[in-house]
Design a protein around this ligand. Structure first.
Ligand code: MEV
Length: 442
C-alpha cells in the first residue's frame, strides 16, 4: 500500500494523531489503540510532563528500572539505579559489586573535568596575521562579549577556561577553529557551551569587519560555518579501579585463582589489540554506564559517542579497560571520558530521575562520573568473569528464560517448573520450547 505524506501532523491532537496512524498504517485495526493507551499515565500532570519532554508523543515507552546494591565506591556503600531492557545487566552488576565489596571496593579518581566546543570557520587569510589578531584583540573581545552568559556559571565556580585559535588549513583549505574549554561544574553544560560559542561566532564576525589590518577581500572571505560543543571530551575523564591479591581472587567456577587471573588478563589484552573484540567488550561496559546514565536523566548518545571516540584515539579502536597481574596483585581499571550533569535538563523534572539522584545521595557531577565509571567497570568484570569461566550463555539465558516463557504465555506454575528444570543446565531457546510442548501435552 502506498502511503500519503501528512501535513501539520504536529498540530493534530494526540487522538487525531493516533487515528491517522491507525487508518494510514495499521489497516484500521483499533486494537492498536489499546496498546498505546495502556501505557498512558492516569495522572494527567505527569502524562503532560512526559508528553512535553519530546514532540508528537502518542504514548510512553517503559524501560525496566532496577537496582544493583552493594557497590562500595570510595568507601561509600551505594545502590545503583539502572534503567535497562537487557536481562542480566543488573544481575551482573550486583554480582560484581558483591565480589569486590570485601576486597576494598571500587576506587575512583577524577583526572580532569574540562569540556570543549568550537567555532568552525573559513577564512582566506595568512595564519600568522590571524594569530596576531586573535592574541592581541579577539580573545579579549570574545571573553567580554560572553560576560553576561558566563556570569552565573562563574559564580558557581565554572566558566570559560581558555580559548585557542587552531589552524586546520593543512587538513582543509582556509579552515580555522576557535577551540574553547569550559568548566560547567554540576551541569552537563550543553546549553551554556553552545550559547557561548554562538556569541563567539557573532563577535568574530563583528571584530573581523572592524579590523583595519585586514583587506576587504580578506574580510569578505570569512564564513562562520558552525558553533557547537564537542561530545568528545577526552579531558573530562575519570578512572575507576579495583585491585586485590591474586590469591584472594576466589571464583566459584572451579578454576584456580592464578588461572582465572591469567585468563582474565588475556581477555583484556585481546580487547586491547583486536577491534572486533574491543567493540563487544566496550559495548558490555556501556551496558553498565548507559543504564545509570539513563536512570539519572543524562544523555546516553553523548556518553556513547565520547567513549567510542576515546577508544579509537590512537588510530585503532581498543579496550576502555586494562588489567595487570604484576607482583601477585590483580589490578583492573577503566579510564572513562564522560560529561554528565546533576542539575538542569531532566534532572529537576523527571520524578524517577530525582529519585535516582536522591538514592545516590545527591551526588555532584564529579561523583556521578565516578559512579558511572564504576558501573562500566563492574559490568565488564562480570562479563569477562563469565566469558573466561562458564561462558556467557549460562547466566544470560537464565535471565532470558522469563522472556521466552512470556512470549509463549507461560503460567506462573509453568514458570516455576522451568526454574527447577534449568537449575543445573544451560537454558536454550530450543529446549524451552520442546519442554513446554511436553508439559502442555501431558
Ligand atoms: C552483552 O550485552 C555484552 C557482552 O557481550 C559483553 C562482552 O562480551 O564483554 C556480554
Amino acid at each position: 500500500m502506498n502511503h500519503q505524506p501528512v501535513e501539520g501532523f504536529s498540530k493534530l491532537s494526540k487522538q487525531r494523531k493516533i487515528d491517522w496512524l491507525i487508518s494510514e498504517y495499521l489497516s484500521n485495526d483499533r486494537s492498536y489503540e489499546q496498546i498505546l493507551q495502556q501505557y498512558w499515565n492516569n495522572d494527567s500532570n505527569l502524562q503532560k510532563m512526559h508528553d512535553e519532554f519530546s514532540e508528537n508523543t502518542i504514548s510512553n515507552f517503559y524501560m525496566p528500572y532496577g537496582i544493583a546494591p552493594n557497590f562500595l565506591i570510595d568507601g561509600k556503600l551505594l545502590a545503583l539505579p539502572m534503567a535497562v531492557e537487557e536481562s542480566s545487566v543488573v544481575a551482573a552488576a550486583s554480582k560484581a559489586a558483591k565480589f569486590w565489596i570485601d576486597k576494598g571496593g571500587f576506587k575512583t579518581t577524577i583526572i580532569n573535568t574540562e569540556k570543549l566546543g568550537h567555532t568552525h570557520f573559513i577564512f582566506k587569510i595568512e595564519a600568522h596575521k590571524l594569530l596576531h589578531f586573535f592574541n592581541f584583540k579577539l580573545k579579549k573581545k570574545l571573553l567580554e562579549a560572553t560576560e553576561d552568559i558566563t556570569k552565573n556559571m562563574r559564580n558557581r565556580g565554572g566558566g570559560i577556561l581558555d580559548i585557542k585559535l587552531i589552524d586546520k588549513t593543512s587538513e582543509l583549505e582556509d579552515y580555522f577553529q576557535l577551540k574553547a574549554s569550559f568548566d560547567t561544574v554540576d551541569s552537563m553544560g550543553a546549553n551554556f557551551i553552545n550559547s557561548c560559542l554562538e556569541q563567539f561566532g557573532k563577535t568574530l564576525k563583528e571584530e573581523v569587519a572592524k579590523e583595519e589590518s585586514f583587506s576587504k577581500e580578506e574580510k569578505d572571505s570569512l564564513q562562520i560555518v558552525m558553533n557547537i560543543l564537542s561530545n568528545y571530551t577526552p579531558d573530562c575523564i575519570v578512572r575507576a579501579e579495583v585491585s586485590c591479591k591474586i590469591e584472594d581472587l576466589k571464583d566459584d567456577s572451579g578454576i584456580s585463582n592464578e588461572e582465572f587471573a591469567w585468563k582474565f588478563k588475556r581477555a583484556v589484552t585481546i580487547a586491547e589489540i583486536e577491534p572486533y573484540r574491543a567493540t563487544t567488550h566496550n559495548k558490555g561496559i556501556m551496558n553498565g554506564v548507559d543504564a545509570v546514565v539513563i536512570a539519572t536523566g543524562n544523555d546516553f548518545r553523548a556518553t556513547e559517542a565520547c567513549a567510542h571516540a576515546y577508544a579509537a584515539r590512537n588510530g585503532k579502536y581498543s579496550s576502555l579497560t586494562h588489567c595487570t597481574t604484576d607482583n601477585g596483585i590483580f589490578r583492573f581499571w577503566i579510564d572513562l571520558p564522560i560529561s554528565v550533569g546533576v542539575v538542569g535538563g531532566l534532572t529537576n523534572l523527571h520524578p524517577l530521575v530525582k529519585f535516582s539522584l536522591a538514592l545516590l545521595g545527591k551526588p555532584s557531577a564529579q561523583e556521578l562520573m565516578s559512579i558511572l565509571a564504576v558501573s562500566g567497570l563492574a559490568q565488564n568484570f562480570g562479563a569477562l568473569r563469565s566469558l573466561v569461566t562458564t561462558g556467557i550463555q549460562k547466566g544470560h539465558m537464565k535471565m532470558h528464560l522469563f522472556n521466552i516463557l512470556n512470549q509463549f504465555g507461560a503460567t506462573e506454575e509453568e514458570k516455576q517448573h522451568f526454574v527447577t528444570y534449568f537449575k543445573d543446565k544451560t537454558v536454550s531457546h530450543h529446549e524451552v520450547i520442546s519442554e513446554l510442548e511436553k508439559l502442555r501435552n501431558k
